[in-house]
Design a protein around this ligand. Structure first.
Ligand code: GDP
Length: 196
């Protein structure tokens, strides 16, 4: 259960992030995947993460403290079309530095749009996570947007790609910010990991 969620700080430099004294879960995904909506749904707060019509607008590492005892981190989305090469590589450096150096990171939640067939950019990103020993789980978003059977088909295809890359399925959740599907399961996952 999330009883309290508070913004702490925004950074471009992982070294300036809060002391790594609490377990941390970070959220990442393609721009427009529904990351802000999911964070707001999980934390019961309409405005905690800023939903934005402009993909790629939030270019910062945003820390929130949850129930006073763990961090939730909103990372900038990837794969937005209208950025220069320069911005892209700044993003890559910031994110890869954060992900490879953050000692208290328990799991990176990689958000995947359940409406879509497996996207190359998502598969490339999780491949990079695997190569760099970043512990990640998948959170499929927007499950309310299409028939259950379609969601299941897309997820199965994505998992098949994961098996090709990793030899096994990663842990995954199916969610909707609209219907709150998956909310309890995701929060239970965080709670159990924090307890350990
Ligand atoms: P972000 O760029 O990843 O933070 O994505 P947003 O949270 O801003 O969402 C992008 C768009 O998808 C917005 O128009 C949201 O209202 C919509 N959206 C996000 N999650 C859901 C969901 O679970 N169901 C539906 N129907 N729409 C969603």
């Amino acid at each position: 259960m999330i009883k309290n969620a508070q913004f702490v700080i925004s950074n471009t430099d992982y070294k300036k992030c809060p002391e790594p004294t609490k377990p941390e879960f970070a959220f990442i995904g393609r721009s427009n995947v529904g990351k802000s909506s999911l964070i707001n749904m999980l934390t019961n707060n309409k405005n905690l993460a800023k939903t934005s019509g402009k993909p790629g607008k939030t270019q910062l590492i945003n820390h929130f403290v949850i129930n006073g005892n763990w961090y939730m981190v909103d990372l900038p989305g990837y794969g937005f079309a209208k950025v220069s090469k320069g911005i892209k590589s700044t993003w890559e450096k910031m994110i890869s530095n954060y992900l490879t150096n953050r000692d208290n990171l328990v799991a990176l939640c990689v958000l995947v749009d359940s409406r879509l067939e497996p996207q190359k950019i998502d598969l490339e990103f999780i491949t990079w996570c695997g190569e760099n020993d970043i512990p990640f789980i998948l959170i499929f978003t927007k499950s309310d947007k299409q028939a259950k059977s379609k969601t299941q088909q897309n997820i199965q295809k994505f998992l098949n790609e994961c098996v090709k890359i990793f030899g096994e399925d990663p842990q995954f959740f199916v969610t909707s910010a609209q219907s709150s599907e998956g909310k309890e399961d995701v929060l239970t996952f965080f709670d159990e990991e924090v307890k350990e």
